[in-house]
Design a protein around this ligand. Structure first.
Ligand code: FEO
Length: 176
């Protein structure tokens, strides 16, 4: 059985992942409004991935006979100064999530929550990828600057992203 402190921290992380999902969706809505549909598509797909990250931890807590406690999700920003700012915020968010995952891993280690450590290793690897992707997009926007045709090419490129599949439900049977 997971200790209460680990369960609380996992519930915090579920909230963070669902907030990330909500925030990416708000970013996507902004991009729709300013007619950059490719950026909107990329951010919408990312929103779906974040939802799956939340559900992965949700499923883990359920499988370990833990208590899922869903909390308020704070409202994300609705407006941005410009398109590059959206992706700078996305990168900041990923850096913040990485710090939180590291802290959660450290806590699980202290609490000898070995199954949680294995689960969290997936998130540590995922964050390496998420940070790299967000950093690449920020760098591309820096290169594009105010060149409209390069901006449209980048928007088209981001429009090709397809969302990943759904999170798996926890396995049937008793969990110890
Ligand atoms: Fe689930 Fe992008 O952190």
């Amino acid at each position: 059985m997971l200790s209460q402190v680990v369960q609380d921290a996992l519930n915090d992380q579920i909230n963070t992942e669902f907030y990330s999902s909500y925030n990416y969706l708000a970013m996507s809505a902004y991009c729709e409004r300013v007619n950059f549909r490719g950026c909107a598509n990329w951010l919408r797909a990312q929103s779906q991935e974040e939802y799956m990250h939340g559900m992965k931890l949700y499923n883990f807590l359920v499988a370990r006979n833990g208590r899922v406690v869903l909390r308020d999700i704070k409202a994300p920003l609705a407006d941005y100064v410009c398109l590059p700012q959206v992706f700078e915020q996305a990168l900041d968010q990923e850096l913040d999530v990485s710090r939180r995952i590291d802290a959660l891993y450290e806590l699980a280690f202290r609490e000898k929550a070995f199954a949680a450590l294995v689960e969290l290793q997936w998130f540590i690897a995922e964050q390496v990828e998420e940070e790299r992707t967000a950093r690449d997009i920020v760098a591309k926007f820096a290169l594009v600057k105010d060149d409209p045709s390069a901006m449209l090419d980048l928007d088209r490129e981001l429009g090709t992203r397809i969302a990943a599949g759904p999170a798996e439900a926890p396995a049937e049977g008793p969990a110890g």
